[in-house]
Ligand binder design. Structure first.
Ligand SMILES: [Zn+2]
Length: 140
């Protein structure tokens, strides 16, 4: 069976602290940039009365460019090892789901594995499992 995960483990307390601080700096910088882009977008799209204004084609182009930049930053942060994709935790070792290309903290990883096992048990005994995403959960 193909292994669906990889794990980066730092055991040194000092390096763990350094890594966590780097992650905090990166996440903070990205969030600051996201806030700046959102502010720029709002200043273009929303008038002084707080209502959306009609944009000309160049205004629409600028707004679209800002949305694209913001979306890319959000996706990049979500795909990075800096934050658990499920709970947003920044500190500690992370596990990587190779199929879905996501980093998860050990707590979320374990909870997801347990949820899969629990729900698979229900399915195996013929009980309803609703629209449980077996394809996703089985990769943990
Ligand atoms: Zn988590």
């Amino acid at each position: 069976m193909m292994k669906n995960r990889k794990k980066i483990v730092i055991k040194s307390k000092h390096l763990d602290r350094v890594r966590n601080n780097f992650r905090k700096v990166i996440v903070s910088a990205v969030e600051c940039q996201l806030k700046r882009l959102t502010g720029q977008l709002q200043s273009i799209e929303i008038n002084s009365m707080g209502k959306y204004r009609e944009l000309d084609s160049s205004g629409k182009e600028v707004a679209q460019d800002l949305r694209v930049q913001r979306g890319k930053l959000e996706r990049d942060l979500k795909a990075s090892v800096c934050k658990c994709v499920q709970c947003g935790r920044i500190e500690g070792n992370m596990k990587y789901n190779l199929v879905f290309k996501e980093w998860h903290c050990p707590d979320c990883w374990t909870a997801t594995e347990l949820e899969y096992k629990r729900t698979k048990g229900l399915a195996d005994s013929g009980k309803p499992t609703g629209d449980f995403a077996f394809d996703y959960y089985s990769t943990f």
